[in-house]
Design a binder for this molecule. Sequence first.
Ligand code: BES
Ligand code: MN
Ligand code: ZN
Length: 499
Amino acid sequence: MLDIQWTSDQPQPAAGQVLAVPVRAEFEPDALEARFGPGVRAALDAAKFKGKASTTFDFTRSHGDVLERVTLFGVGDGLDDPEALRQIGHDVVREAAKVGATTIVLDLQADTAAWNVGDDAERAGRLLAQGLELGTYAYDRFLSEDNRKPSSVQSVTVWADTTAPSEGTHAGQIIAAAVARARDLANGPGELVTPTFLANAAKEIVDGAGDADVSLTVFDRAECEKRNMGCYLGVAKGSAEEPRFIHLTYKPKGTSKGRIVLIGKGVTFDSGGYSLKPTDGMLAMKLDMCGSAAVLGSFQGLVALGVAYEVHVLVAATENMIGGKAYRLGDILTASNGKTVEVNNTDAEGRLTMADALVYGSKLDPDIMIDFATLTGACIVALGPYIAGVMTDDERLATDWMSAADRTGEHMWRLPLQAKLKEQLRSPIADMKNTGERWGGALTAGLFLSEFIEGKRWMHVDIAGPAMANKAHGVTTAGGSGFPVPTILEFLSGDIQLG
Ligand code: BES
Ligand code: MN
Ligand code: ZN
């Protein structure tokens, strides 16, 4: 973890320190000249540095024996939205690490930099700290020593007109650690991150929870059989890895504001089963447990933040494999609420695992249930790689969730659960099939899930796009992104309309 301090006094230059100065597109050249001299102004002109977002300009200046490296960071319109704040934190750390700097002075004074704290200083501090921490993230577990490049940055001093945002530093670091936990779980190969590995990670999180009131229950295959989780177990049949149904519970100190169930899809590898995926489609399918990574990471975070809701995290973890024991096309599975499902595509396994998790969640008598799943390629077709699809008929829940997403700068878009499409899921010999037609695939998946919520308030978030990154973008490294851990934690930190 970084040592992050705020000050309103000018920090002294020091060896191994970078001065990072965000600069708006409409910056005052005179102000920069007054600070850094006419030579810098001329060089800026020559390089055509205009403060455009994600451009930088470097120079060094000497203070006696100390050479100070200065990097100007173009921030375009400025740092007023959550994404931009997280981004600048991330970028200054990544840039400073490139030159091996150990400390950063981040100049956020209003005159040059471009920053007004706004009316929520604590949140601004939280977002900035999150970005700074994420700037150090790397998944290097499988790199040999020579190939690892751990970030050189140890500490950051934020130099600003007000130190009020420092209130948010601790929470921001907790959120970043929760995101990093989710990324680490997601980035692990399927051979390592098995259902048992996820259960062990849950145990680790509980063991690290200090004196918080948390508990963990894990069901093995036999226990799930007793509970008639036939849809989930149908998917698990073909795997040599034992399935693990994971149930984490957190109870707040003092009176709870309500009971919330969070469910994450935990398919630790999705081969497609006998509806086998081609190589290209299977390549990233170790990431088909990003929903579970998000809720497990969030659990770590919500405990550390001490949120005021009782929270249950559920993961029906399994692989989706082929083999002599695997489920077949045409098999009929019976879920734990008694509904039967004809399998017309073994690659639509996520909804089958989620079905029994939703039924189990409903029995906990929650005020609300939310599930997160890399459920459909169709959702990526609809919304692109950076936006999650949010499906619910519960307007108040949608409002609370979408406004939390606005505050964290994570991108979500509502999709309709059009009841008419349920006709696609009709089967002549079972209560339903597990897939419909091609068109509207994200919606029929959501409609399928809605058959297992047993009348509870519920929302489905298809994170197939934003949870997985083909390449690094924004504050995200390639692989698992940790999406939407920040929004989950923001949502649980606010006032949710219940009842
Ligand atoms: N895990 C996939 C969905 C997915 C695809 C996530 C690509 C991220 C990237 C899911 O289990 C799946 O295979 N869904 C099928 C559903 C279809 C068979 C109705 C799909 O999207 O093709
Ligand atoms: Mn699949
Ligand atoms: Zn899947």
